[in-house]
Design a protein. Structure first.
Length: 260
């Protein structure tokens, strides 16, 4: 199975990138399944049911979330009615939404998808290492192909998770920091890993935000507007090739495409 995972989609610029670039990427890489992190898809903070449906209409088959899952109040009452949306599995028990899902492709093949949120420099939730192992076991009972979106700040935490879950899932892809890293690899027991997939949106920016506003905030310490930048939109992602019968990853390849 060939999976395209698209890094954090930021605001309208990111959604437009997906809309314009995804068809060619699907053809070029012979993609079977498209997953995107959509937690910044609405105005750069959170996601609404409307923008999630917009991404799905563009060809995204599953949307993962992160620390901004509940930023848009519109999503809270509707997330249970959006079966392709995956919020972090280590959120407290009883919160709305799904921490993992199984997607069935048109040809009957299945893929498990889960989201985990890190704890270093983030809000404290259940242990992602314990929950991650449990979720992998549950999903692998349904399909060998399992992908984990690890939404975390610290590179060390992401690397530790790769070693912890190596051989227990097909891929662990890092999100949240919006900067694509150059450390994609196959772990010793067959799990594909990258510290961060990167961002899909305005790359002439400070991780998607207006540079001048970001500089002002850093220099003064004063709160400012959350202003999404403009200019040079680009899509970041990875293509993972996983064995349908064993779930073992054969390859992981970074993708970067500017939207002319």
């Amino acid at each position: 199975m060939r999976i395209l995972f698209i890094g954090d989609v930021v605001a309208g610029a990111g959604r437009d990138c997906v809309k314009r670039l995804l068809p060619a990427l699907r053809d070029e890489h012979r993609i079977d399944l498209v997953i995107a992190n959509g937690e910044n898809a609405a105005g750069g903070l959170g996601a609404t049911p409307q923008v999630i449906r917009e991404l799905m209409q563009c060809g995204v088959q599953a949307v993962t979330m992160g620390n901004h899952t509940w930023r848009k109040k519109e999503l809270l009452p509707e997330i249970d009615a959006l079966p392709a949306v995956v919020r972090p599995a280590n959120y407290p028990a009883g919160v709305p939404g799904r921490g993992s899902i199984v997607v069935t492709l048109a040809d009957g093949r299945k893929a498990g998808i889960a989201s985990l949120i890190g704890r270093v420099y983030m809000e404290a939730f259940d242990c992602p290492f314990t929950v991650g192992a449990r979720v992998c076991e549950t999903l692998r009972a349904q399909t060998p192909v399992v992908l984990i979106d690890l939404h975390a700040e610290a590179t060390a935490e992401k690397a530790a998770m790769a070693w912890h879950l190596d051989g227990k899932c097909s891929a662990i892809v890092g999100t949240h920091t919006h900067v694509q890293t150059a450390d994609e690899r196959i772990m010793p027991k067959g799990t594909a890993f990258i510290t961060d997939v990167g961002m899909t949106g305005p790359h002439d920016s400070v991780i998607g935000l207006d540079a001048a506003e970001s500089i002002r905030k850093f220099m003064t310490g004063l709160p400012g507007k959350h202003t999404v930048a403009e200019g040079r939109p680009a899509l970041c992602g990875v293509v993972i090739d996983a064995d349908d019968s064993t779930g073992e990853a054969h390859s992981i390849e970074r993708v970067y495409r500017e939207d002319a």
